[in-house]
Write a protein that binds this ligand. Structure first.
Ligand code: ZN
Length: 132
């Protein structure tokens, strides 16, 4: 279970990149940024420049990615209950992978689920469990 926001995606990107693409100038460049304050646009700019540099250094063997692909890596997944794009979602279940049992829910839908359970009502936690 984890919280996903634009900031958590930015902060996790150097390690994520290293795991998926291997070490190199890209995770190193990302770590030079202040990941607590840098904007998504600044991160994308750094990625774009670093990818072009890697491609040039490899004699064209390394790939570059379209800006929209890079932006997608920093996109908070939609809530799977209300299908809306939100600032934050909570990821539940298996680690996301093709065909994994992973669910992302926004705070509004999480509150509705808690209200349904009877432990959350009008912004307050109930002392007793359930509407039973
Ligand atoms: Zn939702």
């Amino acid at each position: 279970m984890k919280l996903i926001t634009k900031r958590t995606l930015i902060i996790g990107l150097p390690d994520q990149w290293g795991k998926e693409q291997g070490a190199g100038i890209i995770p190193d460049r990302l770590r030079l940024l202040n990941l607590e304050t840098v904007t998504a646009k600044e991160v994308i700019d750094v990625l774009e420049d670093a990818l072009k540099e890697e491609k040039e250094q490899s004699g064209g063997k390394k790939y570059t990615a379209h800006r929209t692909t890079l932006e997608e890596w920093l996109r908070v997944p939609d809530c799977l209950e209300c299908n809306q794009s939100k600032e934050a979602v909570v990821e539940l279940g298996e680690l996301p992978y093709y065909d994994s049992a992973t669910v992302t829910l926004c705070v509004t839908c999480l509150k509705e689920a808690l209200a349904l359970s009877g432990v959350w009502c009008d912004g307050n936690w109930s002392d007793t469990w359930g509407p039973f």
